[in-house]
Design a protein. Structure first.
Length: 258
């Protein structure tokens, strides 16, 4: 429960910070594709958004500390290291689009998503629940990291024109839309390849076979992203890939409890 709450608060903080940062920079304007954000639509003011960000950051910190408390019997250097990871995660969620030099505007968003949603989110949670470590856990962690980066890529393909106009240099802006579609395929492929390798490393990992139920949905997503001509229609695929990744995770959990 602690891991789920911490992840939820960090995700909300990331979304709120992204809304705030893009509003300040001008990335959220009348030319941006996709649904309007909260500040852009006038639902919430900049001051109110900053307050909401502070509340979410505080809740993420509190739930994270609780998670560490229940995961370790005694205070250890590892516990201190995870506390540091927590502060870094909060900082990364905010600095994506906020500040003088947000890394999301310099093409580093993909790597950040891979590390925080993949390696740290999955492998870190696994370590906290087992108090043990196996390097092979980085493979399914990489899978979720690649899929999460795929969600970001669809978002950035949709926003490529408005991002370019305001100087938000995402990886998609750097490579162009055509290459970005190939990059999206690469991310989904690498996610599945990582999972297949993980399953083949150990016979007991073959119990994760139910995840293949979601494979047709990933294939459909790749096809739709490559064939859509009007980029505003990518909103649906952004949502679909998020839900498909959630289904993948749910099927993985089902395998764990068999």
């Amino acid at each position: 429960m602690g891991a789920a709450l911490t992840t939820l608060f960090l995700q909300i903080l990331s979304n709120l910070s992204n809304d705030y940062g893009d509003a300040i920079s001008g990335a959220d304007n009348e030319h941006r594709e996709g649904p309007q954000r909260m500040i852009q639509s006038g639902v919430i003011s900049l001051k109110e958004m900053k307050t909401a960000m502070f509340v979410c950051a505080s809740l993420a910190l509190i739930s994270g500390i609780y998670l560490l408390y229940v995961s370790f019997e005694d205070f250890t250097i590892v516990q201190l290291l995870f506390l540091l990871f927590g502060f870094v995660s909060i900082g990364a969620a905010i600095k994506y689009t906020v500040g003088k030099n947000p890394y999301g505007y310099r093409g580093w968003g993909d790597l950040s998503v891979f590390l925080f949603f993949g390696w740290l989110g999955v492998a870190g949670t696994w370590f906290l629940h087992t108090n043990g470590w196996q390097w092979q856990i980085l493979l399914p962690a990489s899978t979720i990291g690649f899929f999460s980066a795929g969600v970001l890529t669809i978002n950035n393909i949709r926003d490529i024109n408005s991002d370019q106009d305001v100087g938000k240099i995402t990886l998609v802006v750097k490579m162009g839309r055509k290459t970005a579609v190939g990059y999206h395929f690469f991310l989904i492929f690498m996610g599945w390849l990582s999972m297949v390798i993980f399953m083949l490393l150990d016979a007991k990992n073959l119990s994760f076979w139910p995840v293949f139920i979601s494979l047709p949905l990933f294939i459909r997503n790749i096809w739709m992203v490559s064939s859509v001509r009007r980029i505003h229609k990518l909103d649906g695929e952004l949502r679909n890939l998020s839900l498909t990744t959630l289904l993948f995770v749910a099927l993985s959990c089902f395998a764990l409890f068999q």
